[in-house]
Write a protein that binds this ligand. Structure first.
Ligand SMILES: Nc1ncnc2c1ncn2[C@@H]1O[C@H](COP(=O)(O)OP(=O)(O)OP(=O)(O)O)[C@@H](O)[C@H]1O
Length: 273
């Protein structure tokens, strides 16, 4: 089975700062990854490299079988769904939800004079139904709550039936109910027969949907640990990533973490009891 994407010693530098430091990472078909790390760790930068919107300073990148630097990235990007605050900021607030979703078919953020086929319109209606946002179709994007916006962005990212779906902090700013609804949607999506390869960025282990298979932990542009979630997501690795001693619990696939009590050993990661 070919890799969905492969990064080899990817480094991204800016004047006076290394954003990513020799990151090597392979994601295969059928995998669902969560990227964990503190503020400024380089998570969004990593998503931009995989999403082909940022070219690394050095290293090799191959996405969906195409080598970056030798391929028309605009065509490649139509095979990748990417949600982030940057994408949200590009959407005109006066655009209707229906058009925000539909316009992904032309890789534009607002509807202008593009012509849409019946199949595109049907697909937009179907995706809005799956994400539970059909009732919002005629509302303007700028009037939506944060939770509603996140769902619209995911619907938009799914519009082109991507092979790879990158979700950069999809649960940020959501209340408990909206977060749980979003996690439930991701759990359903992740087990669908034609599910794309999923990569989700988060600050919180509580946001990891059940069924996610792998984790990559990042700190200061360096990979702290990566691999299958059951063996890699330990209190020790998470503590090293966030710079504090942690206790980690796993209850039927949902994780919780908190600072370790004084004198408590922070070694209960992967505990499924
Ligand atoms: N053009 C730039 N020049 C200098 N530093 C930059 C530039 N772009 C990003 N950075 C820095 O690179 C680091 C990594 O940024 P990035 O947005 O990838 O982190 P992140 O892990 O997504 O953070 P957060 O969780 O806060 O969103 C941050 O310290 C950021 O300030």
């Amino acid at each position: 089975m070919p890799a969905a994407f492969e990064l080899s010693k990817v480094t991204v530098t800016r004047p006076g700062k290394t954003l990513l430091d020799k990151v090597s990472w392979t994601v295969n078909e059928g995998e669902r990854w969560v990227i964990l790390g503190p503020n400024g760790a380089g998570k969004t930068t990593l998503m931009q490299v995989v999403g082909t919107t940022l070219h690394p300073t050095s290293g090799k990148v191959r996405v969906l079988g195409q080598k970056l630097g030798r391929v028309d990235v605009f065509e490649l990007r139509t095979r990748i769904g990417h949600t982030s605050t940057t994408v949200a900021d590009q959407i005109p607030p006066v655009e209707s939800v229906r058009n925000v979703v539909l316009s992904a078919a032309h890789a534009v953020t607002g509807r202008w004079n593009e012509k849409y086929d019946e199949i595109d319109i049907r697909r937009a209606i179907q995706i809005m139904g799956e994400l539970g946002i059909s009732a919002l179709a005629t509302r303007t994007f700028g009037t939506l709550s944060e939770g509603e916006k996140k769902r619209v962005l995911i619907a938009r990212a799914l519009m082109t039936d991507p092979e790879l779906l990158l979700l950069d902090e999809p649960a940020a700013g959501l209340d408990l109910g909206a977060r749980e609804d979003l996690i439930a949607s991701l759990e359903v999506l992740s087990v669908a027969e034609d599910a794309p390869v999923l990569v989700m960025v988060s600050h919180h282990v509580e946001e990891i949907p059940v069924g996610f298979t792998h984790v990559l932990m990042l700190r200061d542009g360096l990979v702290v640990a990566q691999g299958p979630i059951a063996s890699t997501l330990t209190a020790e690795a998470l503590g090293s990533t966030f710079g504090l001693r942690l206790e980690l619990q796993n209850d039927a696939g949902r994780y919780t973490a908190r600072r370790a009590a004084y004198g408590h050993r922070a070694d209960r990661g992967g505990d499924t009891s």
